[in-house]
Design a protein around this ligand. Structure first.
Ligand code: SAH
Length: 370
């Protein structure tokens, strides 16, 4: 709700006013703190308080059932190649509407019934509204499923298989801008009583990898929560076995452009204008995630493009079988799969990174190199 400026009221919503008070009291906050407040504020956060169900644009599992099926097959094959460890746990980070897991479970039931019988499935979801949607979607699934609001130590004591599609791009980022004084953090301060971007006066001690090559004015985005998730998962997988697949809109090497964006009602919105009313996300720096995985002692595969990954797993053959079984929907099925793999659509901008223990065989899906 934007108040009417003619009445002298601030041009921000209730959460924006609370953020402005916080900044007035303690000084500018980081972009990461701002994002966290927008997402998790108990009264106005987009995950905690908003009743709409997640992204108002279409994600890969909502495009075609074969996306979740391919990821289910990836889990089945990885588990099989590692000698079918007992008591596996399958975790999905940010399951959205639950579609991906429903499709993955169907593929697992056919390809690895023993896995499905033994597995504990955990959906990590911050939003109560989305948790309710997922529970409904998965109510018919004959497997042990539970929900958690966050990823924690309780998930790292068994062979661990993790799937995350369009999850890392929601995690808070910090931004740094290259100036004559060095890399200065971009903060959220106040202008005329409303949140506004400001630059920290002094340079930061954190220098980005390859930062010397960046132009003046270049923006470096770091995602401490994303690298922390990747490291924690990599450590658990190294110790107990398993593997993880991270799929996201992103880039392979650390780059120097601004990618933070706000989307509301399907359109780009002002990042600071109506905190909690839009979805904030940033492209994923897969270079940084890969370094975190390797530092934690696991092997990282990729990042490769979504089209190469899905083609290697056999999405083309899966599409042909779906068409034979549903000839009347042949055109829709082919168009949906094309949307996932076509380089001009989702095939190239989405990247896939996998991780596995050093001692495990190569994971499936990475047969076509980058
Ligand atoms: N994977 C789904 C949804 C992607 S949208 C799909 O492909 O359709 C991002 C999802 O991550 C949403 O379910 C959102 O509520 C959840 N999410 C974002 N940040 C989170 C966090 N820090 N902890 C747990 N869940 C989070």
């Amino acid at each position: 709700m934007v108040a009417n400026a003619d009445e002298g009221e601030p041009l921000v919503n209730a959460l924006g006013q609370r953020i402005a008070e916080l900044i007035a009291g303690q000084g500018p906050i980081s972009v990461a703190q701002f994002m966290t407040l927008c997402q998790f504020d108990p009264h106005g956060g987009s995950y905690t308080a908003r009743q709409t169900i997640g992204r108002d644009f279409i994600t890969a599992p909502e495009v075609s059932q074969s996306f979740g099926e391919m990821l289910g097959l990836w889990v089945a094959q990885t588990w099989h190649d590692q000698g079918r460890p007992e008591n596996p746990r399958l975790v999905e980070l940010g399951p959205g509407r639950g579609t991906l897991m429903a499709d993955a479970v169907r593929a697992l039931a056919a390809a690895a019934p023993h896995f499905l019988h033994d597995v504990e499935i955990v959906l990590v979801e911050a939003s109560p509204a989305l948790t309710a949607t997922q529970k409904e979607k998965l109510s018919h699934v004959a497997a042990d499923i539970r929900w958690q609001e966050g990823f924690d130590d309780s998930l790292t004591d068994r062979p661990l298989y993790v799937i995350a599609n369009e999850f890392f791009d929601c995690l808070p980022i910090r931004q740094f801008i290259k100036t004559q004084r060095g890399w200065c953090e971009r903060m959220v301060g106040l202008q005329n009583g409303a949140p506004a971007f400001v630059l920290a006066p002094g340079p930061t001690a954190v220098a980005p990898v390859n930062g010397e090559g960046a132009p003046l004015g270049g923006v470096y985005e770091s995602a401490p929560a994303a690298t922390a998730f990747a490291q924690e998962i990599a450590r658990a997988v190294s110790v107990h076995g398993g593997g993880a697949l991270f799929i996201d809109y992103g880039y392979g090497e650390t780059a120097f452009g601004e990618t933070l964006q706000a989307i509301a009602d399907g359109k780009f919105a002002e990042i600071l204008a109506e905190p909690g009313q839009s979805d904030l996300s940033a492209h994923v720096d897969f270079g940084a995630i890969k370094r975190a995985v390797v530092d934690a002692g696991a092997v990282a595969y990729g990042p490769i493009t979504q089209c190469n990954f899905l083609a290697d797993l056999g999405i083309g053959e899966r599409g042909e079988r779906l068409i034979v079984a549903n000839p009347l929907q042949a055109r829709e099925i082919a168009a949906a799969i094309d949307r996932l793999v076509n380089p001009a659509l989702m095939g190239e901008i989405f990247k896939v990174l996998a991780l596995a223990p050093k001692t495990a065989p190569q994971v499936p899906g990475f047969g076509f190199d980058t």
